[in-house]
Write a protein that binds this ligand. Structure first.
Ligand SMILES: *Cc1c(COP(=O)(O)O)cnc(C)c1O
Length: 428
C-alpha cells in the first residue's frame, strides 16, 4: 500500500494548520505514520487520495450509523440546501427533530440544539449550575465531554494520546470546581460529595468511549442516581457518543437509571454539526429566553444540519427492529473474532461492545476504569493498527478510542477483517 500522496498532503497541511489537522486525534500521533487523507467514502468504505480503500470502523468518530453518503440523508440535505443555508429564524424542522427526541427519551420534555457535542455539554453544565445555584461538578477520570475549559481534566483519549493530563491554557480557577472521581467506583463519588460544599451535577459517559470502550455497570449508574437524589444534584448522561448508538435510546435503552439531563451529538446530526441537550421541563425552563441562564448560537438549529439529523433519526427509528440487532450481531462477531485471533498467538485482548459501539484493549486484565485502561500495551496496539491499516482496515488510531459498526457492513466484511487480524497478530 502506497501513501505517497497522503504524505505530501500531510506535509502541506502542517505548514498552514497546526499538526496538519483540525482535531488532534486525526494526526495518528498515537500510532505513528501519516494519516491517510480521504477523498471520498460510500457505505462501509473510505478511499484515500492514493486510491487505497479501507473498511471504516471510525465512521467519522461515531455519527455515521447508516454508513458514508447514506442516500436518505443525502436527499434530505440536497432538498434543504435548495431552500437556503441558514435563516437565523425558527424553522419547523427544529420542532420535528425535537419532538422525535422528546418522544424517545422519558427523561426529556424539551431539548435545545447547538452545533457540537462540546457546546451541548458546556451548556448543560451551565444550566445545571443555574438550576441548582451551585458551582461544583463531578466528572470521571477518562471521560471526555468536549474541550470546554472546566471539563478538560483527565479527559481521556486525545489528551492521553498526547501525554497531557490536562491542557495548558486552562486557568486553575476554571477547573477548581471540577471534582474527579473514579469510573465504576461509587465510594470515590461519595468522597467527592462529602468534600464539596455544593455539587451542581455529576456528569458521566454512561458507556465510556473516550478511554477506550468501558461501560459503566448498571449498579454504578443506579448508585449515582441515589447519590444525586440524596444531595439534590443533577445527573447528566453525556450520550454524545452512545446516544442512538449503543441502542436507539443509548445507555437509557439498556439500563433503567433515569438521568436528569442528557447531552447528544454525533449520530444526532447524521454527519452534520449538531449537538443537543435536554431535560425535564422544570430544568429547561431556566434556559434563556424562558429563564435566566444564557445560551445562544448563530448557526444553532441550522436547517441543513437539522434536515440531516431528522432524516437519519427517522430512518433508524423506522428500522429499529432489524437495524440494531444487525449492528450488534456484527459487533459481537468482530470482537469475538479479534479476541480469538489474539488468543491464537497467546496475546490477551479485552473486548467489549454495546450495540454498534465496540472496543478492544491489549491488556492482561479486564478494564473498568481509566487507570486500568492506561495499563494497556499501546506499542502493541500501534503495531496492530498499522498492520490492519496496510490491509485496508481503518480502526481508530488510538488504543483509547471506541470503534463503530455501520448499517452497510455485513458478515463477509467482518470475516475478512478477522482473517487479516489473524495475520497481523502473528507479527506482534
Ligand atoms: C465526541 C464527544 C464529545 C464532544 O463532541 P464534539 O462534537 O466533538 O464537540 C462530548 N462528549 C462525548 C461523550 C463525546 O464522545
Amino acid at each position: 500500500m502506497q501513501f505517497t500522496n497522503s504524505i505530501q498532503a500531510f506535509e502541506a497541511a502542517q505548514k498552514v494548520i497546526p499538526g496538519g489537522v483540525d482535531s488532534p486525534v486525526r494526526a495518528f500521533g498515537g500510532v505513528g505514520g501519516t494519516p491517510p487523507f480521504i477523498k471520498e467514502a460510500k457505505g462501509a468504505f473510505m478511499t484515500d487520495i492514493d486510491g487505497n480503500t479501507y473498511i471504516d470502523f471510525v465512521q467519522s468518530w461515531g455519527p455515521l450509523i447508516l454508513g458514508h453518503a447514506s442516500e436518505v440523508i443525502e436527499t434530505a440535505v440536497i432538498e434543504a440546501v435548495k431552500k437556503g443555508l441558514s435563516f437565523g429564524a425558527p424553522t419547523e424542522v427544529e420542532t420535528q427533530l425535537a419532538s422525535l427526541i422528546c418522544g424517545l427519551f422519558p427523561a426529556i420534555d424539551k431539548v435545545r440544539f447547538v452545533s457540537s457535542g462540546t457546546e451541548a455539554v458546556m451548556s448543560a453544565i451551565r444550566l445545571a449550575r443555574g438550576f441548582t445555584g451551585r458551582s461544583d461538578i463531578i466528572k470521571f477520570e477518562g471521560c471526555y465531554h468536549g474541550h470546554s475549559d472546566a471539563l478538560l481534566v483527565k479527559a481521556g483519549s486525545g489528551l492521553m494520546t498526547f501525554g497531557n493530563p490536562s491542557s495548558p491554557g486552562v486557568p486553575e480557577g476554571t477547573t477548581k470546581h471540577t471534582l474527579l472521581a473514579r469510573y465504576n467506583d461509587l465510594e470515590s463519588v461519595k468522597a467527592c460529595f462529602e468534600a464539596s460544599s455544593g455539587v451542581a451535577c455529576v456528569i458521566i459517559e454512561p458507556i465510556a468511549g473516550n478511554m477506550g470502550f468501558v461501560p459503566a455497570t448498571a449498579a454504578f449508574l443506579e448508585g449515582l442516581r441515589t447519590l444525586c437524589d440524596e444531595y439534590g444534584a443533577v445527573l447528566i448522561f453525556d450520550e454524545v457518543m452512545s446516544g442512538f448508538r449503543a441502542s436507539l435510546k443509548g445507555a437509557q435503552g439498556i439500563v433503567n437509571t433515569r438521568p436528569d439531563m442528557v447531552t447528544f451529538g454525533k449520530v444526532i446530526g447524521g454527519g452534520m454539526p449538531v449537538g443537543a441537550f435536554g431535560a425535564r421541563a422544570e430544568i429547561m425552563a431556566m434556559l434563556s429566553p424562558e429563564g435566566p441562564v444564557y445560551q445562544a448560537g448563530t448557526l444553532s438549529g441550522n436547517p441543513i444540519a437539522m434536515s440531516a439529523g431528522l432524516a437519519s433519526l427517522k430512518e433508524i427509528i423506522s428500522k429499529e427492529a432489524q437495524l440494531y440487532p444487525h449492528l450488534e450481531a456484527l459487533a459481537v462477531r468482530l470482537t469475538q473474532g479479534l479476541e480469538a485471533a489474539a488468543k491464537a498467538q497467546g496475546i490477551s485482548l479485552q473486548v467489549g461492545h454495546r450495540g454498534s459501539m465496540f472496543g478492544f484493549f491489549f491488556n492482561e486484565a479486564p478494564v473498568a476504569n481509566f487507570d486500568e485502561a492506561l495499563r494497556s500495551d499501546t506499542k502493541r496496539f500501534a503495531a496492530f493498527h498499522r498492520g490492519m491499516l496496510e490491509r485496508g482496515v481503518y480502526f481508530a488510531c488510538s488504543q483509547f478510542e471506541a470503534g463503530f459498526i455501520c448499517e452497510p457492513m455485513n458478515e463477509a466484511m467482518i470475516d475478512s477483517v478477522i482473517a487479516y487480524a489473524h495475520e497481523v497478530m502473528k507479527t506482534l
